[in-house]
Design a protein around this ligand. Structure first.
Ligand SMILES: [Ca+2]
Length: 173
């Protein structure tokens, strides 16, 4: 009987561990914002909703609003970062498969729009791969967000459009 009662809790925990950044937009209480807009990425959260809507084909850029101070791990394996370039070590290469994005460094900024994930480099233009809310997280192993520290205050601006998106977008210039 006890096992039955603990099943929902176990399912909730499991959902939190394996769930991605694709929660339903229908439950969002606030109206969507559009760039330019400020947002924060909490290094301890495996998914940060921003409430900022991006449009496919538009090109955006993310910049830090303040000097960053992010920390991964605890002493003596503590890594401090002041940018979104993340960190990596050759000795940990065999464990890269544990990262949510194995090819990217730990603490690289990852964005998700419309279920499509991609790396966001600071001050580097990127096209939105889909229409939808921008959700972000720092790359890490799913079970290792507990030892992260710091919040990245960021801002996103629209810097242009992809070729072919200029016409027929439904909006006048
Ligand atoms: Ca970590």
């Amino acid at each position: 009987m006890k096992a039955i009662h603990s099943l929902p809790a176990a399912l909730l925990i499991l959902t939190g561990l394996v769930g991605g950044c694709a929660s339903s937009d229908a439950t969002r209480p606030c109206p969507p914002r559009t760039p330019p807009a400020a947002f924060c990425v909490d290094s301890r959260k495996p998914c940060n909703s921003t409430g900022i809507w991006l449009r496919k084909g538009r090109v955006y850029k993310v910049v830090a609003r303040k000097p960053l101070k992010l920390v991964d791990g605890i002493w003596p394996w503590r890594k401090e970062m002041t940018d979104l370039n993340g960190w990596d070590e050759r000795a940990l290469a065999p464990f890269s498969f544990l990262k949510r994005h194995p090819a990217d460094p730990y603490f690289a900024l990852i964005g998700t729009v419309g279920g499509k994930s991609f790396r966001i480099r600071e001050a580097t233009p990127f096209p939105a791969p889909a229409d939808g809310e921008l959700r972000c997280y720092l790359n890490d192993s799913r079970l290792m967000y507990w030892n992260n520290c710091g919040v990245a205050p960021l801002c996103i601006v629209e810097v242009g459009r992809e070729a072919g998106e200029r016409r027929g977008s439904g909006e006048g210039e």
